[in-house]
Structures are given as structure tokens and as C-alpha cells.
Design a protein around this ligand. Structure first.
Ligand SMILES: *[C@@H]1O[C@H](CO)[C@@H](O)[C@H](O)[C@H]1NC(C)=O
Length: 235
């Protein structure tokens, strides 16, 4: 159905909207911060660290958030705001090469992107240089969506899958170039914050399969993301 309102009607409707919303409600609506968690299965399937992270934000009184993404929340045992962009099996390199991110961004319009990507790239033996080249393209696409995008980039969690004895060292090699890559790509209008999810994460006790966080690992990841995300929301 299509309505054609005259401008006087629209002005009257706008006025009505203003006078019927309580001031606190207006303030809350204006300050809602949209957050996109971008990644692979560690982030999306089911990615319950995001549920614990949302819970921690709530407990800290940080409620002006809207987690966005084209993928729905999966069950984590309690209600949480769980839309996300965690695509199981995806490589950063393929997301960049296939220009998948711009569509996700235009559908959801985040203010903050928190990215944990590279695990599948490493698994497929892609080099740190190839991976950070892809990261650079993704950052450019984030800034094309919003010039003041706040970007949190993970040094990814360790991995030790049975089929890849070298993967642990490859993750270390990728993580070792993240700081300098991020500094080179940084800008004051669209700051990049590196979040070290590797340190203190133990694949033996925090994953079931050497790759995907178990409940202990999800709580650890939520803990690690909390302070940098809270700071990005509030700055
Ligand atoms: C990027 O710049 C901001 C200040 O604008 C700074 O806080 C942040 O640490 C910088 N990030 C990197 C990776 O250098």
C-alpha cells in the first residue's frame, strides 16, 4: 500500500512524534550504537561469546546497543541481541575478493565493526600478507559505509585442529603482523583498535575441537572483547 501525504500532514505527524515520545526515550533512541560482529563460525555458529558479551554490557548498564547483521541469533540458553555477520567457513580473503561486505554493511549500517577473521585463511595456508591485504580492503569498505566507523580487529584465538599441526604457528605469524598493519591503516576519524584474543586463550581447555570455543572459551572471549567494545560504544 502506498500513502501520499502532503507536506503539511507530514509536518503534523513529525510534531506528533516529537510530543508523544518522552525525552529519555528520544535520548536513548538517538544514542543507539549499532555493532556488527564480523567473522566465521567462531563468531556465528553459535558464537555464544556474543551472548555473554551482550549480557556483560547489560550488567554494566550499557544498554544503548543494537547488534546487527544479516544472520540471526542462535540459541545460547538465554535471550540476547544476537544478529551477526559470522559466516561459518568463510575466509577473509574470499569475503574481500567477492565483495561480500558492502552488501552486509548497507543492509545493517553499523557504527562499530568488531572483526575476528583469518582462522579459515590460516587453515588454508594463506599468508599473513595476503590476509592483511584482504583486511585492508574490508576496512576501506567499512569506511565507505561510514567514514567514522570504529573498527575493532582481533588478534585471533589460537587453533590446534587435528588435521593441521602447523596451524598454531600460522596463527602466531598472522597475529604478529596485526599491530603494524593496524597502525598503518589507522586514522583519527575512524580508529582501529587491536583486541588480543590470543593471549590467555588455551585451546586445550577452551575449545572442544581445537578451534571453536566451548563455554569456558566463550566466557573468556566475552571478557576480552568487553572493555574495548564498551570504550568504543561510549567514546
Ligand atoms: C589508532 O589511533 C587511535 C587514536 O586516534 C589510537 O587510540 C589507537 O591506539 C590507534 N590504533 C593503532 C592500531 O595504532
Amino acid at each position: 500500500m502506498r500513502f501520499n501525504f502532503g507536506s503539511a500532514t507530514l509536518a503534523a505527524l513529525a510534531l506528533l512524534a516529537v510530543v508523544t515520545a518522552a525525552p529519555a526515550e528520544i535520548a536513548e533512541r538517538q544514542s543507539t550504537v549499532k555493532i556488527m560482529a564480523l567473522g566465521d563460525s567462531i563468531t556465528g555458529s553459535p558464537g555464544c561469546w556474543r551472548a555473554y558479551l551482550w549480557q556483560k554490557l547489560q550488567q554494566a548498564g550499557i544498554k544503548n546497543t543494537d547488534f546487527v547483521g544479516t544472520l540471526p541469533a542462535q540459541g545460547c540458553g538465554f535471550q540476547y541481541d544476537g544478529e551477526n555477520e559470522g559466516h561459518g567457513g568463510f575466509l577473509a580473503i574470499n569475503i574481500a575478493d567477492q565483495n561480500q561486505l558492502p552488501g552486509w554493511l548497507s543492509s545493517t549500517k553499523p557504527d562499530i565493526v568488531m572483526m575476528h577473521l583469518g582462522t579459515n585463511d590460516v587453515w588454508n595456508n594463506r599468508s599473513p600478507a595476503e590476509i592483511t591485504t584482504a583486511f585492508s580492503k574490508l576496512v576501506d569498505q567499512m569506511r565507505a559505509s561510514k567514514s567514522s566507523m570504529k573498527i575493532l580487529v582481533a588478534k585471533i584465538i589460537p587453533m590446534n585442529p587435528p588435521n593441521c599441526g602447523e596451524c598454531g604457528a600460522r596463527v602466531v605469524a598472522l597475529n604478529s603482523v596485526i599491530d603494524s598493519w593496524a597502525a598503518g591503516k589507522n586514522s583519527s576519524s575512524s580508529p582501529i583498535t587491536v583486541v588480543d584474543t590470543w593471549t590467555g586463550f588455551d585451546t586445550a581447555t577452551m575449545t572442544g575441537d581445537g578451534v571453536h570455543p566451548n563455554d569456558v572459551g566463550n566466557k573468556k572471549l566475552a571478557e576480552t572483547w568487553f572493555a574495548p567494545l564498551a570504550s568504543a560504544i561510549q567514546s
